[in-house]
Design a protein around this ligand. Structure first.
Ligand SMILES: NC(=O)c1ccc[n+]([C@@H]2O[C@H](COP(=O)([O-])OP(=O)(O)OC[C@H]3O[C@@H](n4cnc5c(N)ncnc54)[C@H](O)[C@@H]3O)[C@@H](O)[C@H]2O)c1
Ligand SMILES: O=c1ccn([C@@H]2O[C@H](COP(=O)(O)OP(=O)(O)O[C@H]3O[C@H](CO)[C@@H](O)[C@H](O)[C@H]3O)[C@@H](O)[C@H]2O)c(=O)[nH]1
Length: 437
């Protein structure tokens, strides 16, 4: 089947590449000429494990193509995916200008019956708005379907190719059949396609992200209680996570959730609630707790240095919002950089993938290092913001020699308290006892 994907950012590129891999002909359209040229020339524009190899294969075999021309791109496509940005507007609601602009543009150029799919995360009622925008100028029959995307960055290919479930919101039998055919290779292993109406599908996406953000935040609050009561959040996590009603995943306490989705989607759902005069109290707390959690270690760093960070150098391990991605959108590391530099500290940082993105954003506000040890070299303390595997089992002897003080502030609880005690480090982590070296 020929399909088109409008928007070749994170979701668009993964969607297009994976559907090409299952044998479809996929045309990807983006207004960013630089991105399109790079992709046309075989140079992938995001770092995502496992994506490059299938991108190259499908590009070479002619199943994947890129263009900036919407009309050319959608020619012959039976299904058109909209994988466009929905950033927060000034009031926190999802800004639909990108989605509705493309909907406006599509109306006059549709030639045959087409299914238009909202893959972007969009508020309840958007499918109807997209429908109306297209209908204003369309001369052919079409359906608008909501098909939210649940992929996680860093494991996006697996999440896409082996989805826990596919949610499809439509009341049209014709659209349902086409979507079923397209997704058949991905749901063969028994993971279901769940059909529902458009509004419920749109809300499912916000409910899933907000629930996960709440789950993490709840554990961050438990961690804060652990610190006050002398308990250990990792033990508590194991204790509660083994209850299958709760589950083991997304219970890791740390310096807050970040990324391009949780912060903006929780905010957008809270705004949707406000719009219908519903007081969604939990979400407001989740946002407030996460805001504090991101820089939770800063007062502790200040306290260690008797309240004065001027002239101090802090080594920062990890810049991306989570491991296996170069994405720095809403990364807790960035908030820590701001607070440390405002307090007069110098920051040296190392990240396996995200340094270029941070350099482009903040220039020479901090120093970028070649590796984890040169980053620690001559620093007065180490702060860990992202749990990249390379930080999990460092050479502690080397680290002791590199750092001016044997002190680690760990925002991701990478090390056991026993090993830190044995090694003689001062170790301050999240929701656990402080080890004084
Ligand atoms: N990133 C994720 O992990 C993820 C996962 C699930 C859902 N989502 C949702 O998917 C949507 C897209 O997210 P993303 O991270 O891929 O965004 P992105 O910003 O990485 O990519 C969006 C792309 O759309 C392009 N674009 C903008 N206007 C256009 C137009 N008129 N025509 C063609 N292209 C246009 C931009 O140039 C950009 O390349 C958002 O709603 C997001 O919430 C994201
Ligand atoms: O136990 C945990 C799990 C995650 N996080 C943090 O939560 C954030 C988000 O992590 P994750 O969900 O793995 O990354 P995303 O790629 O942002 O994926 C989320 O957002 C996507 C965009 O909507 C959805 O498609 C995915 O299903 C949803 O998991 C990151 O900052 C993590 O560090 C924790 O602090 N503790």
């Amino acid at each position: 089947m020929k399909i088109a994907v409008v928007g070749t950012g994170y979701v668009g590129l993964v969607t297009g590449t994976c559907f090409a891999e299952t044998g479809n002909t996929v045309s990807c359209i983006d207004i960013d000429e630089r991105k399109v040229n790079s992709l046309k020339n075989g140079k992938i524009t995001i770092y995502e494990p496992g994506l490059e190899v299938i991108f190259e294969r499908n590009l070479k075999q002619g199943r994947l193509s890129f263009t900036t021309d919407l009309k050319e791109g959608i020619e012959g496509a039976k299904i058109i995916f909209l994988a466009l940005p929905t950033p927060p507007g000034e009031d926190g609601s999802a800004d639909l200008k990108y989605v509705l602009k493309v909907a406006d543009d599509l109306g006059p150029i549709l030639k045959d019956y087409t299914v238009i799919v909202d893959k972007s995360t969009v508020p309840v009622g958007t499918a109807e708005k997209v429908h109306n925008a297209i209908a204003a100028n369309a001369k052919v029959d079409f359906d608008v379907v909501s098909n939210p995307e649940f992929l996680r960055e860093g494991v996006a290919v697996d999440d896409f190719m082996k989805p826990d479930r596919v949610v499809i919101g439509t009341k049209s039998e014709k659209a349902k059949k086409l979507m079923e055919t397209l997704y058949a290779p991905l749901v063969r292993q028994g993971n279901p396609i769940i059909f529902m109406d458009e509004k419920s599908a749109e809300l499912t996406k916000y409910a899933a992200n907000s629930f996960l953000a709440t789950k993490i935040t709840f554990m961050n609050e438990i961690a804060n209680m652990c610190e006050l009561l002398g308990a250990d959040v990792d033990a508590v996590r194991k204790g509660v996570g083994t209850d299958t009603r709760i589950g083991k995943r997304f219970l890791f306490a740390g310096i807050g959730y970040g990324g391009s989705c949780f912060p903006k989607d929780v905010q957008a759902l809270a705004k949707s609630a406000e719009d219908v005069n519903y007081d969604f109290t939990i979400l407001k707390s989740v946002m407030a707790v996460n805001e504090n959690q991101k820089t939770k270690l800063i007062p502790k760093i200040k306290e260690y240095f008797n309240g004065d960070l001027s002239g101090k150098t802090i080594a920062l391990w990890g810049l991306s919002f989570k491991p296996y991605t170069d994405d720095i959108r809403e990364a807790p590391a960035l908030y820590n950089i701001d607070m440390l530099t405002e307090a007069g500290a110098t920051v040296k940082a190392y990240d396996p993938e995200a340094m270029d993105n941070v350099k482009n954003l903040i220039g020479d506000k901090i120093t970028f290092c070649e590796d984890a040890y040169s980053c620690a070299d001559g620093a007065d303390a180490l702060l860990i913001a992202t749990e990249w595997p390379v930080f999990r089992t460092p050479d502690f002897e080397k680290l002791s020699v590199s750092l001016n003080n044997k002190v680690i502030f760990d925002g991701r609880n990478l090390y056991t308290l026993d090993e830190m005690k044995d090694l003689g480090f001062t170790y301050i982590s999240i929701g656990r006892q402080i080890i004084n070296g």
